[in-house]
Structure formats: C-alpha cells, structure tokens
Design a protein around this ligand. Structure first.
Ligand SMILES: *[C@@H]1O[C@H](CO)[C@@H](O)[C@H](O)[C@H]1NC(C)=O
Ligand SMILES: *[C@@H]1O[C@H](CO)[C@@H](O)[C@H](O)[C@H]1NC(C)=O
Ligand SMILES: *[C@@H]1O[C@H](CO)[C@@H](O)[C@H](O)[C@H]1NC(C)=O
Ligand SMILES: *[C@@H]1O[C@H](CO)[C@@H](O)[C@H](O)[C@H]1NC(C)=O
Length: 363
C-alpha cells in the first residue's frame, strides 16, 4: 500500500526526532553512568570541547541569519558543556534577596550573611534593581565585558564594542580619549571601593554604578556614597578609595554575590575554605562579570582579557604605561586556574573573545 507523500515526510521527521532524542538521552544517561569521570572534568565541564552546536541547539539556532541575536544562546551552550548550570539568577540584589538561599549562608564576598540590615537600608535608598526599562524589555540582549588589558590598544574595536546592547566596564578603566579602541558606550561599571574612579569628573553621566562587595566594609562604604556622607576613616581598605561617587542613588546597584560564589567554588574550583575568604579563592572581577553575563545575557563577548607573559615589555593595561612584567603573584586570586576556566568558555564558543587574548596562539 502506498502512503501519501505527506505521511512519508511525517514518518521521516519522526525517525529523525527519535534518533535525535536517542542521541541526546544517551549523553544524559552516560552522565550519571559509570563512565562520567571520563566525560566530565572535576568542575563538571565536558572534557572534549569544540564550538560545534549540539543537535538540539542546531534545531533552534541553525536557522537564524548571520549576526542576529540568538535568544538564550549563551546559557544553552553553557548548559551543553556544564549540565549543572542553572540560569535564573538576578544581576543585582533586590528586596527579595533573602529568598535566594544560596547567598544567605555565606558572608561577603560569597553572600550576604549578617549584612542584611545595611543591605536593606541601601536597597530602600536606591529603589531600582534592574538594567532599566529599555534593556529589560529586549527579548534578546548581547553583552560585552571589557577587560582592561593592553591587548586592546591600537585594534580599533571601538565601533564594534558600541554595537553591543550592554557594555560592562570594570573599575576605573577610562573611556575618554580611548574611544577608538574601547568604544564610548558604558551600560554599567562594576567596581569595589579600591577600584572605583576617584576623580569625580571622570565618571560618565549615564551608566549604572555597580558595587561588587568583597568585604563587609565595602557595603559600609557604599552607604556613605549613597547618602553622600563624609568618609571619616579608610582603615580596612587595602589602598586609597573614592571619597565621592557622583551618581544618583537610582543609578546605583549591588551585584548579586551569587556570581562570586559560583565562579569561585563551582566554575573555577577554588578552595572553599569553609566559605570564608582565603588564599587564592577570590575570582577576579572579570571572571565575576562573565559569570553574571552567562546568567543574564543571550550572547556574551569579552575583549581585553588575557596576559601574554612572553611579551614582558608590552603594556599591562590599555590606559597606562605599567608593563606586563610588573604583574605580581597574587594572594587572593588564582590567575592560572581562572585562565583554565576562561579557555573552556572560549573553546566551546560559550563566549566570544574579540581580542583573542584568552586562547592566544592556540586553544
Ligand atoms: C526556520 O526557517 C523557516 C523558513 O524561514 C521558518 O519557517 C521556521 O519557522 C524557522 N524555524 C525556527 C526554529 O526558527
Ligand atoms: C599604539 O599606537 C601608538 C601610536 O601609533 C603607539 O605610540 C603605541 O606604542 C601603540 N601601542 C601599542 C600597544 O602597540
Ligand atoms: C592556584 O591553583 C593551583 C592548582 O590548584 C595551586 O597549585 C596554586 O597554589 C594556586 N595558587 C594560589 C595563589 O592559590
Ligand atoms: C605572545 O606574544 C608573542 C609575541 O608577539 C606571540 O608570538 C605569541 O603567539 C603570543 N602568545 C599568546 C599566547 O598570545
């Protein structure tokens, strides 16, 4: 008996889907099976990484035109190489933050424990907890995190950087005078007291000021900035800090410390140290910002990341003359461990590295 052509197509489609499902579930089953150690590394990342799309994502994204923003792409690719990834995590603390159980059990920098009172005061003064209406309403957002590496110099990437919906800058990295290489747009500046811009005329007028609190004192500092109070003492900071932040409270946010916790203990695999700050267990602000973007952006790119130690005379930062050779062994960070994590993201195409500093010559 002859079947109608449409039935044939349907049957064909069904077997393709069934095959796809088998392929998919075999991956999932072996995850829990005896051989998962050979498939996944200690942190839970797939060992064999390449930029090809898993079958289920090919169906979703294979169809989109080149350059179009792909909804959910970064988190889908992340989940494909790191099945433990759970996307939903707000960028900033909001009045519901006590319901985020994972941050309530840890003190800063990994959580909010015993800081609830000051956080409540800060949140009631800032009153805003999101990126703002325009960006919140986009159904697909591209984000770029700007590292401060000298590798950005003379690459004329400014225009390309401005095309991202969200441009995230770190600490005091300047824009004025460097627009050609680093762009002119700043959606937010993530910083801590010692890293914040000190000269008030260097602040851009239209970006969000985001505190990443690494210690309890950082929240106290922010309270002084929000309420415009004089900072009487700088005891407890490891270098001089900004005395005034010329931003309206409505433009100030507190970064969700979940991203510090997840980057350190889960993604990079730094020592847990009973949940306390200790030797080599604090991720750099760059790694924290990337972690935040994986949870909140549809596509994620970076630029200005990575140090090339074989060029000791090259500039460390794009905006100053300090050379690569000045970089010191850090007590708080573990740069080499962190680099392994960033390489995984680039290798698997979870993030795009515009300046190629993470993988360098080979990945
Ligand atoms: C793929 O493209 C076709 C033709 O342009 C369109 O009809 C279909 O809805 C697209 N599929 C997806 C998943 O976007
Ligand atoms: C960038 O170009 C300027 C002007 O040509 C030059 O002085 C500077 O050394 C260059 N910087 C780097 C890192 O190549
Ligand atoms: C970084 O991690 C490596 C490997 O886990 C370890 O040997 C090294 O001591 C760590 N460095 C710091 C500064 O903690
Ligand atoms: C570092 O710089 C040297 C000299 O420019 C270059 O040959 C090498 O490929 C670079 N290495 C990485 C990892 O980028």
């Amino acid at each position: 008996m002859r079947m109608k052509p449409s039935r044939n197509i349907l049957l064909g489609l069904c077997s393709v889907l069934a095959l796809g499902f088998l392929y998919y579930s075999s991956g999932r089953i072996s995850l829990r099976g005896w051989n998962h150690k050979s498939l996944y590394d200690k942190q839970g990342f797939l060992v064999k990484l390449d930029t090809s799309l898993p079958l289920e994502l090919m169906y979703k994204y294979g169809n989109l035109s080149e350059g179009a923003c792909k909804p959910g792409y970064a988190s889908a690719k992340m989940t494909a190489i790191y099945p433990k990834f759970a996307q939903l995590q707000p960028m900033f603390l909001d009045p519901n933050y006590k319901r985020y159980s994972k941050i309530c059990d840890y003190s800063p920098p990994f959580g909010v424990k015993s800081q609830e009172k000051i956080i409540d005061i800060l949140l009631s003064a800032t009153k805003s907890y999101s990126l703002g209406e325009d960006l919140d309403n986009m159904n697909c957002k591209t984000c770029i995190i700007m590292g401060n590496g000298g590798i950005l110099a003379n690459k004329s990437l400014g225009q390309r950087i401005n095309e991202f919906d969200v441009v995230i800058r770190l600490n005091e990295a300047p824009v004025k005078g460097f627009e050609k290489d680093v762009g002119s747009k700043t959606t937010m500046r993530i910083t801590y007291p010692e890293g914040a811009i000190q000269k008030t005329d260097r602040y851009e007028t239209d970006s969000l000021f985001v505190l990443s609190a690494f210690k309890a004192l950082d929240l106290k500092w922010l309270r002084h900035m929000v309420f415009n109070q004089r900072l009487r003492s700088t005891d407890g900071f490891w270098k001089s800090v900004a005395k005034h932040v010329p931003r309206d409270p409505n433009d100030i946010r507190i970064l969700n410390p979940f991203f510090i916790q997840e980057a350190s203990f889960k993604l990079i695999g730094l020592p847990h140290n009973n949940g306390q700050m200790g030797r080599g267990n604090i991720p750099t602000l760059g790694a924290v910002a990337i972690t935040m973007a994986l949870h909140n952006c549809d596509e994620v790119a970076v630029a200005g990341f990575g140090y090339n130690m074989s060029t000791p005379h090259a500039p460390l930062h794009y905006y100053e003359k300090i050379r690569m050779s000045a970089i010191k062994e850090s007590w708080t960070h573990n740069i080499s461990r962190e680099k392994e994590f960033l390489i995984k993201l680039v290798k698997a195409g979870v993030i795009q590295d515009l300046t190629n500093g993470i993988c360098g010559a080979g990945c």
